[in-house]
Design a protein. Structure first.
Length: 166
């Protein structure tokens, strides 16, 4: 819970930007395991700006949350820019949100199905002004530390995109 306390001020800033614009976000947590959504939900009255999302940790979860044909992923691998962007677009569309925020990564501690190296995370943000990608390579195998780093990276990508759109 220290991570949520750490990220609460940033989540409040993000909430203020979304509220000022009258916009909403949907989140697709991957290797972050729900920490992106949990961070945003620390803000009282989050229903004003947060419409939903989910943890995309299996093909079944991906199929349910995104409702994208499997062939749309043809040639894509997890923890890549195109994969994360597809997820950000799909989560925003399926939840009727102005913004889609997705993270796809390899946290370490076990092998990633696509062969992505441990410590690699891609955050994708899709919103009114366009699409943004933020890559993080920690070079670490430490799973819990990577989950925190990936969450920080995704929230920073989102805040930067919101500020650029202001």
């Amino acid at each position: 819970m220290d991570l949520l306390h750490e990220l609460a001020p940033q989540s409040l800033r993000i909430a203020a930007l979304l509220r000022a614009r009258g916009e909403k976000v949907a989140v697709a947590d991957g290797a972050t395991g729900g920490l992106i959504a949990a961070s945003l939900l620390t803000v009282p009255g989050a229903l004003d700006f947060f419409v939903g999302g989910g943890v995309v940790y299996s093909f079944r979860a991906r199929d349910v949350l995104f409702d994208v044909p499997r062939d749309a992923y043809k040639g894509m691998r997890g923890a890549t820019e195109d994969y994360a962007l597809l997820q950000a677009r799909a989560i925003a569309a399926n939840f009727g949100a102005d913004w889609g925020l997705a993270e796809s990564g390899s946290v370490g501690g076990s092998s990633h199905p696509s062969g992505a190296p441990a410590g690699r995370s891609v955050a994708a943000v899709v919103g009114p002004p366009g699409e943004h990608i933020r890559l993080l390579e920690t070079g670490s195998e430490v799973r819990i530390a990577n989950m925190g780093a990936f969450t920080r990276n995704a929230l920073q990508a989102f805040e930067d995109a919101l500020l650029a759109a202001s």
